[in-house]
Write a protein that binds this ligand. Structure first.
Ligand SMILES: Nc1nc2c(ncn2[C@@H]2O[C@H](COP(=O)(O)OP(=O)(O)OP(=O)(O)O)[C@@H](O)[C@H]2O)c(=O)[nH]1
Length: 215
């Protein structure tokens, strides 16, 4: 893959039980630090999407199309139809809700059975890490992530902790998989799209419009 000067679109979705904080996490990422102060979102109906542009260190310009899915079971047949066209998936659980952690394997299996494990970059996210009432330890979550072959990160939309880092991690892993040929462009698949090729690559630094908290 020639990186510099190309403009790609990556489709990334957030999956997990109702109320784990998917919408809040996404809004915090798209709005930056001010997203942490936003009022409580309504439960997601079906799917909604957001976008954010990034410039990666190699000069690759990427538009992230970020899909927020409803965690409620009644929307499952709608959300399921979107999995096939995703290249990145954040599997989100709430560190204070044990059941949401126990359902992660089922969420993972749903995606894998829809499109096979090869085309998707996963990240396990333990959300609401600002709360002291946790009932899932970091070590336990790390072990689950390792057993499923993915990374793990804890985030909070309330304290804007690791929000940028979570999306950066998935984006970098997708970029690397593209460079190594593990993920390939396919006209019948919308997970990665080539948007256009620019003759003059821009500066080589990563540009974002919000700060990173790595607490
Ligand atoms: N303490 C804390 N609460 C959070 C955080 N993120 C979200 N919440 C709260 O958790 C509740 C559910 O958040 P949502 O973002 O709507 O959850 P969701 O996963 O999108 O829910 P569905 O759309 O129903 O699937 C809301 O009351 C949020 O304010 C966080 O980082 N910390």
């Amino acid at each position: 893959m020639e990186a510099a000067g190309y403009s790609y679109q990556f489709r990334i979705a957030l999956l997990g039980d109702a109320g784990v904080g998917k919408t809040s996490l996404l809004r915090c990422y798209v709005a930056g630090a001010r997203g942490a102060a936003e009022p409580d979102p309504e439960p997601t109906v079906g799917v909604e999407f957001y976008s954010r542009a990034l410039q990666l260190p190699a000069g690759l310009r990427v538009k992230l199309q970020l899909w927020d899915t409803a965690g409620q079971e009644c929307f499952r047949c709608i959300t399921r139809s979107f999995y096939r066209n995703m290249v990145g998936i954040l599997l989100v659980f709430d560190v204070t809700n044990r059941e949401s952690f126990e359902h992660i394997q089922a969420w993972h299996q749903e995606v894998v059975s829809t499109q096979g494990p090869d085309k998707v970059v996963f990240l396990l996210v333990g959300h609401k890490c600002d709360l002291s009432t946790r009932c899932v330890s970091s070590q336990e979550a790390e072990e689950l992530a390792a057993s499923l072959g993915m990374g793990f990160m804890e985030t909070s939309a309330k304290s804007n902790c690791n929000v940028d880092l979570a999306f950066d991690t998935v984006t970098s892993a997708i970029e690397q998989a593209l460079q190594q040929g593990d993920i390939k462009l396919d006209k019948d698949w919308a997970g990665v799209r080539l948007l256009h090729r620019s003759p003059n690559p821009r500066s080589s630094s990563r540009k974002q419009d919000s700060g990173t908290c790595q607490c």
